[in-house]
Design a protein around this ligand. Structure first.
Ligand SMILES: Cc1cc2nc3c(=O)[nH]c(=O)nc-3n(C[C@H](O)[C@H](O)[C@H](O)COP(=O)(O)O)c2cc1C
Length: 200
């Protein structure tokens, strides 16, 4: 089994989403000790944004790309290969300004590639990243679970589903910016959710 863990927090120290993602990965490894883990830390190693030069590189046929264009496409290829090889994905995702961190959006922009990770057919779009289980640890300063202001969950369900990853389990740690007591409660509730989805 291959596990791909994606850390999306900008924090390299003290990140709650990374801590919870680590716990999810440890639980998976405890159940399958032979599992291989690949870590993609988008805070420590940010992936470049989808700018005009990148679009030009992507839409230039491979055999006519400049060395710079080939190198830029190759950066995305690495992320695509990682997700293709994964049986299970574990995402640590803070809420930043009501959405997902830009670093995670850049990762999504890199892995969503027509005819590679999705394709359009006469019956509509088909996701090509099939058969994968996804766990997402969400961390928030406030309380947004189940409210219309929670744009993260519908967005991630839509885009991961579009790419074929329809089996997505969310774990929520909320209220982390509402004082020490609320922080402890939010983290304890997240640990409890992890116990439910991946019992020891
Ligand atoms: C730039 C920034 C924007 C944030 N925006 C929100 C927000 O819109 N809603 C919210 O509930 N918390 C927000 N927070 C709080 C974080 O979601 C919270 O601190 C979370 O624990 C961060 O994840 P991490 O611990 O993995 O770094 C924000 C934090 C930062 C640094």
């Amino acid at each position: 089994m291959n596990i791909l863990q994606i850390n999306a927090s900008a924090r390299t120290q003290g990140s709650f989403s990374t801590r919870l993602a680590n716990t999810l990965t440890e639980r998976l490894r405890a159940a399958q000790p032979e599992a291989e883990v690949t870590l993609r830390d988008l805070g420590r190693t940010p992936h470049p944004a989808l700018d005009e030069a990148t679009l030009q590189a992507l839409f230039t046929p491979a055999d006519t790309r400049s060395p710079e264009q080939a190198a830029r496409v190759a950066q995305d290829d690495v992320l695509i290969r990682e997700v293709q090889a994964a049986d299970v994905l574990v995402l640590g995702v803070p809420m930043y300004n009501f959405g997902v961190p830009a670093a995670l959006k850049n990762w999504i922009d890199a892995i969503a590639r027509a005819k590679v990770t999705f394709e359009y057919t006469d019956k509509g779009p088909i996701g090509l990243l099939k058969g994968k289980k996804v766990y997402v640890a969400l961390t928030r300063g406030g309380l947004f679970r189940g409210t219309p202001a929670d744009s993260q969950v519908p967005y991630l369900q839509a885009v991961l589903g579009f790419l074929g990853m329809t089996d997505v389990q969310f774990v929520y740690a909320e209220g982390l910016g509402m004082g020490a007591e609320a922080e402890q409660k939010g983290l304890a509730e997240a640990e409890q959710q992890i116990d439910e989805v991946l019992p020891t």
